[in-house]
Design a protein around this ligand. Structure first.
Ligand SMILES: [Zn+2]
Length: 388
């Protein structure tokens, strides 16, 4: 039901492989927990055959989780319900100070105000950060576009901020445990469960944030995070050996050659101090791609570099779908034909050029993914977590 696969009791019965009576009991239990609604009125959407099946839906007034995202250009908090629905969101502003406690305190306070204004029950909290997060420590080990120190214990700081703001956990009487993970990993999880990645078995997600490039792989529904949370650092695939120096110590990485700043430089534009680099790059393509040859050339340059990087990844990972986010989504939508041609020209016998390439489809997918972290214990055991 969370991923939309069981809109009716008949579908729930089929998905669970249980009897009608058992599926009915499960639905009734979830309804009594306030998670879903069961509509048995005549005229409700019918099952595949025979009598109409009860219609199941996420309870629009059900519990939510607090989702938080910190990025190079500021932060955003949201309340996210079951089904990945964003119930309310409030953008933040300002840049991340050197002390992570400051911005995490601000984003949690912003989420607390949303909870107060909506009156919704909170059952957990998740955080997306633009850094690999080492497991099991919960530390941000390469917060490259933030002034945080390497190894900042973000999960611990987030959890402390939740306690200070009195954000409750699943059973309502304890503080929400804080979860934290890399923003692109979380975007991939969200796209797999609710967006353009639904149904893919080997889903590769690549995208830019406001700065830099990240990637993630979802295998059979689970994020492939490697032995310590650091797998799929696709941003450091070399796409131009003589290119810009990268903060990783190499040169010409996807990270510095295909992100919004690289695009603005390729187009000969000043980054501009006051707006998000990602928004500025997207706006420039939307408004001047057709009229300004420099913008068109910059798009082609970035597509060629991105295609080179994707071809290498396709050869190694053999995904059955690729979803592109951030600026890469805009590049795909602007000239997908060119991007596909570059990939197929450089991948195994050209066959990998046929991998479906889709734009990400969720607004704020990292936030929705952060919410997935917080929803997971409830998804695993609704009765046990909500009524403990
Ligand atoms: Zn690099």
């Amino acid at each position: 039901m969370h991923t939309g696969r069981a809109p009716t009791r008949a579908a729930l019965t089929a998905e669970l492989g249980v009897t009608r009576a058992t599926a009915g009991a499960v639905a009734a239990e979830l309804e009594s927990l306030g998670l879903i609604t069961v509509d048995s009125r005549p005229g409700a959407a019918s099952g595949t055959q025979g009598r109409p099946s009860h219609r199941l839906a996420v309870d629009p007034d059900g519990p939510v989780v607090l989702a938080a995202q910190v990025h190079a250009d500021g932060y955003r908090a949201a309340l996210v319900g079951l089904g990945g629905h964003i119930v309310a969101t409030a953008p933040g502003s300002g840049t991340a100070a050197a002390d992570p406690a400051q911005i995490l305190g601000e984003v949690v306070a912003s989420g607390a105000r949303l909870l107060e204004s909506t009156g919704r029950r909170c059952v957990g909290a998740g955080l997306a950060v633009p850094s690999a997060v080492a497991e099991p420590e919960g530390t941000a080990i390469n917060p490259l576009h933030l002034a945080w120190e390497v190894g900042a214990p973000v999960r611990e700081i987030f959890t402390r901020a939740l306690a200070e703001a009195r954000i409750s956990g699943p059973s309502g009487d304890e503080t929400a445990p804080g979860y934290a993970a890399n923003d692109i990993n979380l975007a991939a999880l969200a796209e797999h469960r609710h967006g353009a990645g639904r149904g893919a078995r080997h889903l590769l997600v690549v995208g830019t944030g406001h700065r830099g490039v990240g990637g993630a792989l979802v295998l059979d529904g689970r994020l492939h995070t490697g032995s310590s949370g650091l797998a799929l650092e696709v941003g450091h695939v070399t796409v131009d050996p003589g290119g810009r120096p990268c903060h990783c110590g190499s040169r010409g990485c996807l990270d510095v050659e295909t992100d919004p700043l690289a695009f603005l430089e390729a187009a000969g534009r000043e980054p501009g101090p006051e707006v998000s680099l990602l928004e500025r790059a997207e706006e420039l393509i939307r408004t001047e791609y057709d009229s300004d040859p420099a913008v068109r050339t910059a798009v082609e340059t970035l597509i060629d570099r991105l295609g080179l990087g994707l071809a290498g990844l396709v050869n190694i990972l053999n995904p059955d779908r690729i979803v592109l986010g951030g600026l890469h989504r805009v590049l795909l939508e602007t000239d997908g034909e060119r991007l596909r041609a570059v990939i197929s020209g450089r991948s195994l016998w050209g066959r990998s050029g046929s991998v479906p390439l889709l734009p990400s489809s969720l607004a704020h997918n990292s936030l929705v993914g952060a919410a997935e972290l917080a929803w997971q214990p409830v998804l695993d055991d609704p009765l046990g977590t909500l009524t403990r």
